[in-house]
Design a protein around this ligand. Structure first.
Ligand SMILES: [Mg+2]
Ligand SMILES: [Zn+2]
Length: 227
């Protein structure tokens, strides 16, 4: 009997703190932002006076630097996590699709992925226009507010990219990954996302690098195939 072919997977991956070792937004704010802006925004955010998006707009308005300066800092401070390029090559050879869903900025993501040699990956993200007079954010279209989390979340990106019946592997580390992770067939999580899923009693696999992810997907493939 012939072996059944491997079911093609959609491997959807967060960018900041997941593909990269450090969150590029943190790097940018640290080097080019104004100290104290976040301290003023945080109580208003917690009190519900402003949204996360409004807080980001205000915080990045105080970020002063050219695109060249910003990208140089990101390249220095935010390298790609070990094994990512190998995972992409392996996934493609096996017929799986890899996509990037990010709440960060396209210009930054494209530069980092291109440097790594995987600049052709599909990316869904916001965008930032950097300048010495302050940075302006351009929001991605994330459709209507998600009924589950009350935000415009990555479930919208997934709905756009997922093919009927395609099993989803999701990889992430942060708050913007929480809602979409709940619809994935297999979740790899680190940092805050791992803590959140553990507290919620939801299953996930921890990872330190993408070699762990590759091994985890390999081990889970028979189950994903049967689903
Ligand atoms: Mg992240
Ligand atoms: Zn949601």
């Amino acid at each position: 009997m012939l072996a059944r072919p491997v079911t093609p997977l959609l491997i959807a991956c967060d960018f900041d703190g997941t593909i990269t070792c450090r969150d590029t937004l943190h790097v940018i704010i640290e080097e080019f932002g104004v100290t104290g802006v976040w301290d003023r925004l945080e109580p208003r955010l917690r009190a519900g006076e402003i949204t996360v998006e409004q807080a980001m707009v205000e915080q990045f308005a105080a970020v002063r630097g050219t695109t060249e300066e910003i990208l140089a800092a990101v390249r220095r401070e935010s390298p790609v996590r070990e094994g990512f390029v190998e995972l992409v090559a392996w996934a493609r050879a096996a017929g799986h699709r890899v996509v990037v869903f990010s709440s960060g900025f396209r210009t930054v993501i494209d530069a980092v992925l291109k440097d790594a040699g995987v600049g052709d990956l599909p990316v869904h993200s916001h965008e930032a226009r950097f300048s010495e007079d302050g940075c302006r954010l351009v929001w991605a279209d994330r459709g209507e507010v998600c009924p589950l989390c009350g935000r415009r979340c990555k479930r919208h990106d997934l709905a756009l990219h997922r093919r009927p019946g395609e099993p989803v592997v999701y990889l992430g580390d942060g708050i913007s990954d929480r809602c979409v992770a709940r619809v994935a067939d297999l979740v790899f999580a680190r940092a805050g996302l791992a803590e959140h899923l553990a507290e919620s009693g939801l299953e996930f696999l921890p990872f330190d690098d993408f070699h762990d992810v590759r091994r985890g997907i390999d081990a889970a493939l028979p189950a994903l195939r049967a689903a």
